[in-house]
Design a binder for this molecule. Structure first.
Ligand code: AMP
Length: 451
């Protein structure tokens, strides 16, 4: 496909010529018609794939010249660095178009930004906090916003911006197009999509399900968290083989829990990155791991995405990602520059379905290894692993009616009472890999029980 196929206009072609861009990247080719159609869209793409132009090309093509002061396009991004970068990209692309672009972010003088807004703008690029402050001050009017782009949604939610996003949704015109981009699919992203978007179209550049030949993979079936810790400790004790180890977990809580366990033994060799750590802490951790001062780095998916570190000897999946794409991203952190790399995955019985999805995506089975004899199998369970105790025939137990909320309970607002059906992505994955999945999918079971 060439840019000619997208039927752009002369000013855009000239700008692309100046930039020396010859063909659209896959995400640009995929997203163009969806964004042009006006439908809500969720794009799964990492930085570096050309995602900024993937939404800006169709938006700029269709944006009519206007002298009105209020912005018509709002782009929300998680960091000030990204505001600067996105504004820069838009300016390059709109070089021959009369478009007014402005970037705003916190930590700088709000009055200067108010003046710039009052002068009139078409496209506003902002971090959520500053955007909300400006909207509350009434200098910024959002009533003309036609399109909302949220970039790096996964990072935004991981940084805890969910409520700020919801506040912003509330003050935007209801009739608008929502376009969002996320590099990783996470449960938080899925929930946000289900709650606030109208059956968005998903656009993703198919991640290759073919792992590199130079990455060898191994799987261990492990009954519980503490046995995983025992296995991990056993492996990490072999400092010669496991000389640069990146350990992945899905959530920051689990990252901290794992860090605490490992810290007792591997104190001087260990560092961690997740979004509750400050930017400085994260940068220091990555640097110490990169230069070899620390042998072991514990990281969450969102934070470690795109990490480019040489000579990672092992990637250890301490948990099994429910989105198989995340597994591909994780193991791709080793075996870089054609060096040999090893990827290990620990899975409990509960994670068996996720293993099946990963194996379907790769079209291969991950070789299973026996737990080494030296590894103690623990019977201790973390709270999430403990069975839920159901009490029968307990005379002191209150019955259901008594438990019902009394008048002090407020009705949920209409918006919040909306039933979250959830799990749509999981169903898509199941359909994609042609596996009818009922067992173990709590949303599916819940829905069917209701019928
Ligand atoms: P992004 O993923 O939006 O951060 O873009 C990554 C880099 O690719 C940026 O420096 C863009 O300027 C560049 N880029 C975007 N589209 C193209 C294209 N079609 N051909 C070559 N480079 C591109």
């Amino acid at each position: 496909m060439s840019f000619q196929d997208l039927n752009l206009n002369t000013p855009l072609y000239n700008a692309l010529d100046d930039l020396g861009f010859k063909t659209p990247t896959p995400i640009q080719a995929e997203a163009f018609n969806v964004v042009s159609s006006g439908k809500d869209m969720v794009g799964i793409a990492q930085t570096g794939t050309g995602k900024t132009f993937a939404y800006m090309l169709p938006i700029l093509k269709n944006l009519k010249f206007s002298t009105q002061e209020n912005p018509r396009i709002l782009v929300l991004v998680p960091t000030r660095e990204l505001v600067v970068q996105v504004v820069d990209e838009i300016e390059k692309l709109s070089k021959y178009i009369n478009t007014r672009v402005l970037g705003v972010y916190g930590g700088t003088n709000i009055n200067t930004q108010k003046q710039a807004i009052a002068a009139g703008i078409d496209i506003l690029v902002a971090t959520p906090g500053r955007l909300y402050d400006l909207a509350l001050s009434r200098v910024l009017q959002l009533k003309s916003i036609q399109k909302l782009v949220i970039d790096e949604v996964d990072v935004m939610l991981d940084l805890g911006f969910k409520h700020q996003l919801i506040n912003i949704f509330d003050i935007l015109p209801e009739k608008r197009q929502n376009i969002m981009f996320s590099a990783t699919m996470t449960e938080d992203v899925d929930l946000l999509i289900n709650d606030f978007f109208k059956s968005p179209e998903r656009v993703s550049i198919a991640i290759s399900g073919t792992p590199l030949d130079n990455i060898s993979q191994t799987r261990y079936k492990v009954p519980n968290f503490y046995t995983k810790i025992n296995l991990l400790t056993h492996l990490l004790n072999d400092t010669e083989t496991f000389n640069k180890v990146l350990i992945f977990v899905a959530f920051k809580k689990m990252a901290d829990r794992l860090f605490d366990q490992l810290d007792e033994i591997f104190h001087d060799e260990l560092c961690v990155i997740h979004s509750n750590k400050t930017q400085n802490y994260r940068l220091r951790s990555i640097e110490q791991f990169r230069n070899g001062d620390n042998r072991i780095l514990v990281a969450t998916d969102v934070m470690a995405r795109g990490l480019d570190i040489d000579n990672v000897s092992h990637v250890i999946n301490f948990d099994t990602p429910i989105y198989p794409e995340n597994y591909m991203h994780r193991i791709g952190r080793t075996g870089r520059a054609e060096r040999k790399g090893e990827a290990l995955i620990f899975n409990t019985e509960k994670e068996a379905d996720a293993i099946e999805n990963i194996e379907s995506l790769m079209n291969m089975e991950i070789p299973l290894m026996e737990l080494p004899e030296e590894v103690t199998v623990s019977t201790e369970l973390i709270p999430e692993e403990r069975p839920v105790i159901k009490e029968h025939n307990n005379p002191n137990k209150r019955n259901k009616d008594e438990d019902a909320p009394g008048p002090a309970f407020h009705e949920k607002s209409e918006k919040n009472s909306k039933e979250n059906l959830g799990g749509s992505y999981k169903f898509k994955i199941a359909a994609k890999y042609k596996k009818p999945k009922t067992r173990g999918d709590k949303n599916y079971n819940k829905r069917n029980k209701k019928k």
